[in-house]
Design a protein around this ligand. Structure first.
Ligand SMILES: [Zn+2]
Length: 288
């Protein structure tokens, strides 16, 4: 693979072992990937065995892929008003970061959470308190926690750049933290990227309010939902409401060249391999 290949990958399955995410990504010619480190739809914890960690290390050196992000379980909500869910969420996030650090995974993506009607300020304070406490209780975590931009569904926090900047400013300086930008989420949240001027405006707003130096990962997804629709539904690249041009702007943007980009587009059943299709569309855009 040429050294100037784009840092591009997909969300890959861990069925049959964590290392399979790396082998699958490699088979697609990826230089980055996202994965879960356990079943993301349950609270049950899967302790990491030394054998599983060794197999993962081996696969990393065999494939040469080091730009890896874990996605934290979907059930986690640090911002909610229910104390039981919050307690479980804090524990699940702690276990995720311990597991990701043990696997030497550089990034872990987290949806900031939903305040469930308690109000934005209260929800945001719950998030920053939980993150600060976690990193002070487990100080040797090496994985950087990335707060993902969200679509603004329901009481979800993280759909404005101002909210994300406010969260970052309340998190202790010693905490490795950053942001993951999801194209379909920001589009649904009301940040347009469809034309060159809208794209430039959105990127400069991100830089002004959050800072491009705090952007560590990009999720490349088209959107089934219209602009500003505030619902999270991913579509294949160039086949949703965002359209192909925005992805060309991103793939060819020098400011974003060193930031890994992963697709989370629908896998679909049937004969067509949609990851292959979406990745090759993006590689074509990159080549120009
Ligand atoms: Zn995403």
């Amino acid at each position: 693979m040429p050294s100037d290949a784009p840092l591009l990958g997909a969300h890959c399955s861990i069925a049959g072992g964590l290392e399979n995410a790396l082998y699958t990504a490699h088979a697609y010619g990826c230089t980055a990937l996202q994965m879960f480190t356990k079943n993301a739809r349950t609270w049950a914890e899967t302790p990491l065995s030394p054998e599983a960690a060794a197999a993962f290390d081996h696969a990393r050196s065999e494939t040469g892929i080091t730009e890896i992000a874990s996605h934290t379980p979907y059930l986690i909500n640090l911002a909610g008003p229910d104390p039981t869910t919050r307690k479980r969420s804090n524990r699940a996030l702690r276990e995720e970061l311990i597991r990701s650090s043990a696997l030497k995974i550089p990034y872990a993506v987290l949806h900031p959470g939903s305040h469930g009607g308690a109000g934005e300020a209260e929800g945001m304070e719950r998030i920053t308190t939980a993150v600060n406490r976690l990193f002070s209780e487990v100080p040797d975590l090496s994985t950087r926690l990335l707060l993902e931009t969200t679509a603004g569904q329901g009481h979800g926090i993280g759909h404005t750049f101002e909210q994300l900047a406010a969260l970052l400013s309340e998190i202790d300086a010693a905490v490795p933290i950053g942001v993951c930008l999801d194209t379909s989420h920001i589009f649904a949240a009301g940040y347009d990227i469809r034309t060159r001027s809208d794209y430039e405006h959105t990127l400069s707003e991100f830089d002004r309010i959050i800072g491009l130096n705090r952007l560590f990962l990009i999720h490349l997804n088209d959107s089934k939902v219209e602009f500003g629709g505030r619902v999270d539904r991913h579509a294949h690249i160039g086949q949703g409401r965002i359209g192909i041009e925005a992805f060309e702007f991103i793939m060819r943007d020098e400011r974003l060249a060193r930031i890994p980009k992963v697709i989370e587009t629908p896998k679909e059943k049937g004969e067509r391999d949609w990851d292959e299709i979406n990745l090759s569309v993006l590689r074509r855009l990159w080549k120009g």
